[in-house]
Design a protein around this ligand. Sequence first.
Ligand SMILES: NC(=O)c1ccc[n+]([C@@H]2O[C@H](COP(=O)([O-])OP(=O)(O)OC[C@H]3O[C@@H](n4cnc5c(N)ncnc54)[C@H](O)[C@@H]3O)[C@@H](O)[C@H]2O)c1
Length: 261
Amino acid sequence: MNTERLDGKVFVITGGSSGMGAALAKDFCNRGAKAAIFDLDEVKGTEVVEEIRASGGSAEFFPCDVTSKKQIHERTNEVEEKLGLITSWINSAGVSQMKPFLESEEEFWDLTLNVNLKATFLCCQVAVEKMLENGGGEILNMASLSGKKASSWQTVYCASKFGVMGLTQSIAKEFADKGIRINSLCPGIVHTEMWEKLKYDYAKKRDIEPDEVMDYFKKNIPMHRLVEIKDVINAAIFLLTDNSSYLTGQSINLAGGEWMD
Ligand SMILES: NC(=O)c1ccc[n+]([C@@H]2O[C@H](COP(=O)([O-])OP(=O)(O)OC[C@H]3O[C@@H](n4cnc5c(N)ncnc54)[C@H](O)[C@@H]3O)[C@@H](O)[C@H]2O)c1
């Protein structure tokens, strides 16, 4: 079991109302960190915060559309008033749908690129500004194996996540000597709310039943299992602490042997 403590750290976690963002917020607060959740989903975000507080942790929910620069700036200032100086930032807000390329409308492109790429750009900008004032920090972008590996019916999602890789690497170079490290995680399949929705379209793509989708993946992953939340937590702790003090601009594949580049 990972016994790393995160006392003194103040995290902003975008997309923290659900899935990996929520799991990271809960786990990190148990380790002594404070978490600020930025998400559109106020109901689920408030539940996450209540759960953290019930087990003695410190967290706040901030309603925020991360595609809005104005909202991100306003919420970020409120975080520093309520929780203290931001030391760390996780960009986990994301959207995904599976569509054949020729059925991928312009609106679908705009939404996906806005949430997955533009919002990551906007949030990284605010995070870097704060971290320069605060003497450094660490940023983690939730990319995906789809940031490195093509998939049919995922053209738009892949384009957004390949973009996150370039963004992460370029910011890393520019601020490497300023005490700011930025890395990305590239998980394969994590069975969150996102895949509960995606499995119906994936089933169509493979001509299988939705309930067969997760087993289909397991069969084809060399370790024959999906990414577990504990895998995400352990990798995130590594990338967001001094354990990885010489790593910046890197992307860690959580792939069970499926992808190695
Ligand atoms: N689940 C997977 O298999 C998987 C694999 C690789 C990468 N990822 C990526 O990891 C991240 C988290 O995925 P997840 O599975 O936890 O997803 P999820 O759907 O469970 O959670 C995503 C969260 O983002 C929030 N969000 C969406 N648009 C937003 C906006 N404009 N402003 C603020 N919040 C917004 C949603 O409300 C939701 O709470 C995403 O970026 C996703 O692309 C997921």
